[in-house]
Design a binder for this molecule. Structure first.
Ligand SMILES: [Zn+2]
Ligand SMILES: [Zn+2]
Length: 285
């Protein structure tokens, strides 16, 4: 196989690994506590997200929780409804960086996430993680192949993550109130994240698919990890927010008939974590 093609395939594989770590670790575990990871497994994923993306989990969670608190209203760090589709699709990383560097956002939304010694020594130094990741690619592919693979990974990872925020609030249909939408094709490219309407309706649920015909590959990985005792799932059924519940039963996840009530489906209101006075907190922890 030509060396260039191998490098492109490796770059796409690293991108998919980064997207899997993003949905499993940064999103479902750290931001929403939808799964609880075994300590050594959590540390492994934390190291891998550092090597593949350089992202600081505390910052990612802060920006994402603010998105849930101010979804598509002023205060949302990346809304295609407010900012336009192309701005979020092409410049999501810049919008993320601006919000991630905002001290108020970090302080308000990550009271439960402490900075530890590992963060200070390693994980807060994203450039070091990416450099070590590059060394790994260089060992595998040589310097030319490493540059190609890193370029493919960087561009595809940034565009697909941006698509979750941009397409996921702009194109497609969503059964629940709000602008968020479900797109199966995007879910297949992003380990389930394309079910964005479902996710905004039930942010603490580890499973983003609500019907048997919705394919959430991230959930399959979670089921596998659960079977290996690497994690515990918080809710076994979709755990709707109050707003989504009010749209129930016609748009609910049970899909077994319009007469089915939330209690029968095991759906109860999500707990709202009280913040300091004046804070707007999403229903997520
Ligand atoms: Zn969203
Ligand atoms: Zn979320």
């Amino acid at each position: 196989m030509p060396h260039l093609l191998v490098a492109v395939i490796v770059g796409l594989a690293v991108c998919q690994l980064g997207l899997l770590l993003t949905t499993l670790y940064l999103h479902r575990a750290v931001s929403h506590r939808a799964v609880t990871l075994a300590p050594w497994f959590a540390f492994s994923l934390r190291a891998l997200i550092w090597l593949t993306t350089g992202i600081r989990p505390r910052e990612w969670a802060a920006v994402h929780r603010r998105h849930h608190a101010y979804t598509d209203v002023p205060g949302d760090p990346h809304s295609p409804i407010l900012d336009g589709y192309w701005k979020v699709q092409l410049f999501n990383a810049g919008l993320y960086r601006r919000a991630a560097h905002d001290a108020d956002t970090l302080q308000k939304y990550t009271r439960d996430i402490k900075v530890d010694r590992w963060d200070k020594v390693l994980f807060n130094h994203g450039v070091l993680g990416l450099a070590l990741g590059m060394v790994g690619l260089w060992a595998l592919l040589g310097w030319e192949g490493a540059l190609v693979a890193a370029g493919v990974h960087t561009v595809s990872y940034l565009l697909l993550n941006a698509a979750i925020n941009a397409i996921g609030h702009r194109f497609g249909k969503g059964p629940f109130p709000g602008y968020a939408t479900n797109n199966q094709w995007l879910a297949l490219l992003t380990w389930g994240e394309g079910f964005h309407s479902n996710h905004h309706a039930a942010p603490t649920s580890a499973r983003l698919s609500f019907h048997w015909w919705q394919l959430d590959p991230g959930w399959w990985v979670i089921r596998l990890c659960s079977g290996l005792n690497l994690l515990e799932v918080r809710h076994s059924t979709p755990h709707l927010t109050r707003a989504a519940r009010e749209a129930y039963p016609s748009n609910g996840p049970a899909a077994s008939g319009p007469s089915r009530q939330p209690e029968e489906a095991g759906i109860i209101p999500a707990a709202v974590t009280p913040g300091a006075a004046g804070d707007r907190q999403p229903e997520l922890v």
